[in-house]
Design a protein around this ligand. Structure first.
Ligand SMILES: Cc1cc2nc3c(=O)[nH]c(=O)nc-3n(C[C@H](O)[C@H](O)[C@H](O)COP(=O)(O)O)c2cc1C
Length: 301
C-alpha cells in the first residue's frame, strides 16, 4: 500500500502532517510524531510581533529548525505568522537559510473596520504573498481562514503569485466574556469532527479549479474524516486536536485504518484515490452546493 503523497513539491511518506502547535515545539515529541508515521511536521508559528519584541526569538527558531533537520528524516516546515510588510520578509529568508523544507504563512487578520473593503483586504494578502514568494525559493503555503466572501477566487489569485499550496482552514482563539468579572478572555477549544465537513466541501470545490497543493486542517480526527479529505482531492491532512486528545500514537492507528479501507475498496495507493470525489469528478456535484441545503430541509420536514 503506497501512502506517499506530493505536497508543495515535497515527497511525503504519508499524507498525515502534524500541524503547527506546541506538540511540534519539542524535538522529543517531533521524533515521536515521526516514529508514529507523520509525513512532515510544521513548527509552531514564529510571530511577527514576537521577533519585533526580541530578535532572539528568531535565533532560537532558526536553531530549532537546524536541530530538527539534523535529527529527523521527514520534511520540516516552518511557520510564520505576519500580516504587515517589513522586516519579517527578512525573517523568512533566515528561515530558508536555516534549512527548513518549506514555509507555511499563517495570516491572521480580523477585518474589524467597517471602512476596509473585502477587495482591499484581499489585495493586501496577495501583495504580501507576492513579496514573500519573490523573496525566498523554498515551497510556500498559505494557511487561510474561511472568512472570505469568495474563497475560490482568493485561492486562484494566491495560486497566481506562484505559491505551492494552501491550507484550509485555520481555527482561531475566540474572545469570550467572563460574566463574573466582565472581562474578555481568549478561548481555544479543541476541534470536533463536524468541523471537517466544511473543509472537505471547499477542497472538493477547489480541487479542479487550481493546481496548487491543498492541505486540510480543522476537525480531522477519524479515519473517515481523513479518507473523505483525500477523496475530494486533499494532498495532505494536518492533525492537531486529535493528537492532543488521543496522543501522538493515534497517527499509527489512523494510518492502519486508512490502509484497511483502501484495501477493502481496491485502492493500492493514496494517489489512486486522491480526488476521486472532487467536484469535477462527480456526475452530480450539486450536493456540494446550495441544493444540499434544500434536500436537508426536505428530509427533515
Ligand atoms: C494549542 C494550539 C496552538 C496552535 N498554534 C498554532 C500556530 O502556532 N500556528 C498555526 O498556524 N496554527 C496553530 N494552531 C492551529 C492548528 O495548527 C490547527 O490548524 C487547528 O487547530 C485546526 O486543526 P485541528 O482541528 O486538528 O486542531 C494551534 C492550535 C492549537 C490547539
Amino acid at each position: 500500500m503506497k501512502l506517499s503523497t506530493r505536497y508543495c513539491g515535497l515527497q511525503l511518506k504519508t499524507p498525515l502532517i502534524a500541524s503547527a502547535s506546541p506538540l511540534t515545539a519539542e524535538l522529543a515529541s517531533a521524533q515521536r510524531l515521526e516514529a508514529a508515521g507523520v509525513g512532515a511536521i510544521i513548527l509552531p508559528s514564529l510571530f511577527e510581533e514576537a521577533v519585533r519584541a526580541d530578535v532572539r526569538n528568531l535565533d532560537q527558531y532558526v536553531d530549532r529548525i537546524k536541530r530538527y533537520k539534523d535529527t529527523l528524516g521527514i520534511p520540516v516546515i516552518s511557520s510564520l505568522n505576519g500580516i504587515t510588510e517589513g522586516g519579517w520578509l527578512e525573517q523568512a529568508a533566515r528561515l530558508e537559510q536555516s534549512g527548513c523544507d518549506a514555509l507555511e504563512l499563517n495570516i491572521y487578520y480580523v477585518a474589524a473596520s467597517a471602512k476596509e473593503s473585502s477587495d482591499h483586504i484581499e489585495r493586501r494578502y496577495i501583495d504580501l504573498v507576492y513579496k514573500l514568494r519573490a523573496h525566498i525559493g523554498i515551497p510556500v503555503s498559505v494557511k487561510l481562514t474561511y472568512q472570505f466572501s469568495s474563497i475560490a477566487h482568493l485561492v486562484k489569485r494566491l495560486e497566481e503569485t506562484g505559491i505551492d499550496g494552501v491550507v484550509l482552514f485555520n481555527r482561531f482563539y475566540l474572545p469570550d466574556i467572563d460574566l463574573e468579572t466582565l472581562t474578555i478572555n481568549p478561548t481555544l477549544h479543541l476541534s470536533h469532527s463536524t468541523e471537517a465537513l466544511m473543509r472537505i466541501r471547499w477542497i472538493a470545490i477547489l480541487r479542479d479549479q487550481v493546481n496548487l497543493s491543498l492541505a486540510a486542517t480543522g476537525g480531522f480526527h477519524t479515519v473517515d474524516d481523513i479518507l473523505k479529505a483525500l477523496l475530494v482531492g486533499a494532498d495532505a491532512v494536518q492533525l492537531c486536536s486529535v493528537l492532543f486528545q488521543q496522543g501522538v500514537d493515534e497517527v499509527e492507528r489512523l494510518l492502519a485504518g486508512m490502509q484497511e479501507w483502501m484495501a477493502r475498496k481496491g485502492y493500492d495507493s493514496v494517489h489512486a484515490m486522491k480526488g476521486k470525489m472532487s467536484y469535477g469528478n462527480l456526475k452530480d456535484p450539486s450536493g456540494f452546493e446550495r441544493s444540499n441545503y434544500l434536500s436537508v430541509l426536505e428530509h427533515n420536514s
